[in-house]
Design a protein around this ligand. Structure first.
Ligand SMILES: Nc1ncnc2c1ncn2[C@@H]1O[C@H](COP(=O)(O)OP(=O)(O)O)[C@@H](O)[C@H]1O
Ligand SMILES: [Mg+2]
Length: 458
């Protein structure tokens, strides 16, 4: 057995199990052995003692002629499963129906040598020899073939049982050990490939649903999360590089223009413009970082009770004037006492992004409705408008970072509003769905539905 296999927990457990099973088997066999053989031998011995008692009516002092007569009578009478031998003090046989060397006094179990018999068909005997007062030796024995066969049978069964238990136990242990080892091997191979840089690698599942599968799926889920986080980090790097380039290029352009044409009259306006561009760039960088931070889940630690009703009412009030300026109507229907566990600043940002989108992309003359109500443990929040909406086939694109559907880029923005809002919803374990708000094909509007878990009373 390979040493690695011997060290596996399964093989060790199997060996331990086999050990206990063997101890158990030994005890059971010992009890059976003593019980059956002991009982049989006692019966045999009792029969022999009774027989001797009948022959020696006065014990060892019974007169020799009576003993001889009794032995002869016994030999003549059936049944023939008890055998007798009477020999005088000189070893001369006087009466016998078996041929054995004269035994010494006491109990004997005798087995005939190969090819020999003590009496017709009798090869095993158990009997008692007594020396009488006259010097004669009386030996009375019974056929002990059964006794011996049973003895051999029990010993053989014991050895077979012992061997089979040992073989099955060890084979099972080795089999399980091999399987366990193969599964562990798969985990370490996957681990090594992942360490070598293949983050898409996963641990294969056997499909049996056992502990290894459970462990593997937990590790796989962990790997998927790590892969996602790594992807985020990479994407954030790319995005920052990509997206900060255009505003910086624009800034550089205006500064160069100023440099080439340093007209003092234009300087203050140009500087104000440059500052605005730098601010916009900083805001963009902050938004990218915040998105990464939210997707990383780090903000969950700062969760607290949020009074959503108040938060929504405040936001509606704030945006009412903003909307009015853009010729947009904002109405809010907010149920009282909505509360949840979350990050108030992020929830404000999420809702603000959606209202701002509705104002910006819904166009002037549109109406925005903010609805919040609770059904059991779920708070349903819908921000809808009656603008052009987003066709369902483009929802994915709109939710992607920097995804903007307005090809002409007529509106302000970086395409981070929706992904940020969706990430905040995910952080709160809420569902986030885009849909149409109305049946009107020309202006279907956009309805964003967010279902949040209300704060459970504790
Ligand atoms: N309420 C809306 N109505 C129509 N289109 C919208 C709406 N909200 C978002 N969109 C579309 O989805 C795109 C992505 O939105 P967002 O991520 O907020 O980016 P941004 O607003 O900066 O363009 C927008 O550019 C716009 O084309
Ligand atoms: Mg937006």
């Amino acid at each position: 057995m390979p040493p690695k296999l011997v060290r596996t927990t399964s093989v060790r457990l199997a060996s331990l199990g086999v050990g206990f099973a063997l101890v158990g088997a030994t005890v059971v066999f010992a009890v059976i052995y003593a019980g059956t053989l002991g009982a049989l031998r006692t019966t045999l011995d009792t029969n022999i003692n009774n027989e001797i008692a009948e022959i020696l009516i006065d014990g060892s002092r019974t007169p020799q002629p009576i003993v001889l007569a009794n032995v002869r009578t016994a030999i003549a009478a059936p049944p023939r499963d008890i055998f007798y031998l009477l020999a005088d003090a000189h070893g001369r046989v006087q009466a016998a129906d078996l041929s054995v060397p004269i035994p010494r006094p006491g109990w004997h179990t005798l087995t005939a040598a190969a090819g020999r018999e003590f009496a017709p068909h009798i090869r095993v005997l158990r009997g008692r020899a007594d020396r009488l007062a006259s010097g004669d030796v009386l030996f009375v024995a019974a056929d002990a073939t059964m006794l011996e066969q049973l003895d051999a049978l029990i010993r053989r069964s014991f050895l077979i049982g012992f061997g089979v238990t040992l073989a099955i136990g060890l084979a099972g242990g080795i089999g399980f050990g091999r399987r366990a080892l193969a599964r562990v091997e798969a985990v370490s191979t996957a681990g090594q490939e992942i360490m070598a840089g293949d983050f898409t690698r996963r641990i294969p599942l056997s499909g049996s649903g056992d502990e290894f599968d459970h462990l593997a799926s937990v590790i796989n889920a962990m790997l998927a999360r790590i892969e996602q986080l790594l992807g985020n980090i990479r994407a954030v790097g790319d995005e920052i590089a990509h997206d900060l380039r255009s505003p910086l290029a624009r800034l550089r352009e205006s500064l160069e223009l100023l440099h080439r044409n340093p007209d003092p009259a234009l300087v203050p306006a140009a500087l104000a413009d440059a500052i605005a561009q730098v601010d916009a760039t900083l805001a963009l960088a902050a938004a990218i970082l915040r998105l990464a931070q939210i997707e990383g889940g780090a903000r969950r630690a700062s969760f607290a009770r949020v009074d959503l009703t108040r938060l929504l009412e405040d936001l509606a009030e704030t945006y009412e004037t903003v909307a009015e300026d853009a010729d947009v109507r904002l109405t809010a229907t907010i149920a009282p006492d909505l509360a949840l566990n979350g990050d108030a600043a992020l929830l404000t940002q999420m809702i603000a992004n959606l209202i701002e989108n509705a104002i910006t992309h819904g166009g002037s003359g549109s109406t925005i409705t903010v609805t919040a109500r609770q059904d059991d443990a779920v708070i349903e929040l819908i921000i809808a408008d009656d603008g052009p909406g987003i066709p369902p086939s483009r929802h994915g694109e709109a939710l992607r970072r920097f995804g903007r559907l307005d090809a002409s880029r007529a509106t302000e923005g970086h395409g981070l509003g929706l992904p940020l809002a969706a990430a905040i919803a995910t952080l709160h374990e809420a569902s986030f769905n885009l849909g149409t708000a109305r049946r009107d094909a020309a202006r279907p509007g956009l309805a964003v539905t967010i279902r949040l878990w209300s704060r459970r009373p504790c």
